[in-house]
Design a protein around this ligand. Structure first.
Ligand SMILES: Cc1ncc(COP(=O)(O)O)c(C=O)c1O
Length: 397
């Protein structure tokens, strides 16, 4: 079993990096894998496709371990947004009064854009589970919103701002009890929180791989579809979703791949897949439960220090370990400037409006010194009013 803490396996910038929940650091293995594939392109040209042809499928066993799924139920492909559209095109089948879509008021906007485009097509409603405190969801509100008028429920495993972790087994069972299908956006949990999507019975899930999976900016994401749907014809079809053995027969007849590869559309981005291929090496042999336990140790410390030393900040992440993911979120009206002042000190946090600093200590390359360092720096920045001198900063990251 390799040790979890292995900063030497990553390109770690000077300072403290706590933004692995937005863009994970580059594993050297990712760079090596891209270089290897580039070299194949240089030396083999089109003959390289003999190997690249099955590259996405070759990553399924490793992704399946992290998703708690069977290898045939997952595939590395697309982006969260594109995969959501592909899955809604397949599974959103409004019938009679069961026609509406359900998400949450706290979802990442792209999920809502995707869902609303399907609601609009059908003249249906996109219903949103409200939040009482603007940060988290109350179980009673989730339960009340799941009714027999809902065709599909989409929930985030971890809420992107507050970091609240939802119980996949519980809400999957609740959705099924009401006759709804349920999908999960696992952007903020894949690679950070162990999943059992198959045993929990979730219908589908989507994720990206540029966050905790460390596969680089714009790396292909992934999806999971429970094997009970294995025969369903994808609502969006392309030649890469054809059965591999007949894909190159070119006889104009689509034969669905037997596995989740059926949801692929066109030619995969081999060079970015190579980065994912290399990045997943970091996870090889790592026990997801052990990774999670270490992540909780670091976020426990961060929560304790923040509560003790940063009283002006509101901790908007739920305290119980079973209710939070891999990051801790602190809200304060001046946090945009605090985040810029931290960057000026080579400490990289993550910032989201309104006033939310997200901090994610990653067990692979962060330790207690980083956690203590960021809290101490924030105390100094506030006490010295250093943050008041910070400018507007970037609107992007
Ligand atoms: C919860 C969640 N969903 C979706 C996305 C983005 O989707 P995509 O990968 O399609 O850009 C993000 C990006 O941070 C996210 O946090």
């Amino acid at each position: 079993m390799p040790k979890l803490y292995q900063p030497e396996a990553f390109a770690v910038p000077d300072g403290i990096y706590l933004d692995g929940n937005s863009l994970g650091l580059m594993p050297h293995a990712a760079k090596q894998a891209v270089e290897r594939r580039l070299n194949e392109w240089a030396t083999q040209a089109v003959v390289g496709w003999d190997e690249w042809f099955g590259l996405s499928e070759s990553l399924s066993p490793q992704l399946a371990r992290l998703a708690g799924a069977r290898p045939e139920e997952v595939i590395a492909t697309g982006s969260i947004t594109a995969n959501l559209h592909a899955l809604l095109a397949t599974f959103y089948r409004p019938q009679g009064q069961r026609r509406h879509l359900l998400a949450t008021a706290l979802d990442f906007p792209t999920d809502l854009y995707a869902l609303r485009s399907w609601a609009d097509r059908e003249g249906a409603e996109l219903r949103l589970i409200p939040s009482r405190d603007g940060h988290t969801l109350h179980p009673d509100d989730i339960a009340a919103a799941i009714t027999d008028e809902i065709a599909i429920v989409l929930l985030p495993t971890v809420l992107y701002r507050s970091g609240q972790l939802l119980d996949v087994a519980r809400w999957t069972a609740a959705a099924h009890q009401q006759g709804c299908l349920i999908g999960w956006d696992a952007a903020h949990s894949m690679g950070a929180v162990p999943h059992q999507f198959h045993d929990d019975g979730a219908d589908f899930a989507v994720w990206c791989s540029y966050k905790y999976l460390n596969a680089g900016p714009g790396a292909p994401g992934g999806l999971y579809v429970h094997e009970r749907h294995a025969g369903v014809l994808p609502g969006l079809r392309g030649w890469w979703g054809n059965d591999k053995t007949s894909q190159f027969q070119m006889d104009n007849e689509y034969r669905r791949a037997g596995d989740a590869g059926a949801y692929q559309l066109g030619t995969p981005p081999v060079l970015s897949l190579a980065a994912l291929e290399g990045a997943l090496e970091v996870y090889r042999g790592v026990d997801p439960e052990e990774l999670r336990a270490r992540s909780l140790e670091l976020t426990d410390l961060l929560l304790a220090l923040a509560e003790e030393q940063l009283p002006e900040m509101q901790v908007i992440t739920p305290r119980p370990a079973a209710e939070r993911g891999g990051h801790v979120s602190l809200q304060w009206q001046h946090n945009r400037q605090v985040s810029l002042a931290l960057r000026a000190r080579r400490i990289i946090p993550d910032y989201r409006e309104p006033g939310i600093l997200r901090l994610a200590p990653i067990p692979f390359y962060n330790n207690e010194d980083d956690v203590r360092g960021v809290v101490q720096a924030m105390r100094e920045i506030i006490d010295s009013r250093e943050y008041e001198a910070a400018g507007e900063g970037s609107a992007v990251s």
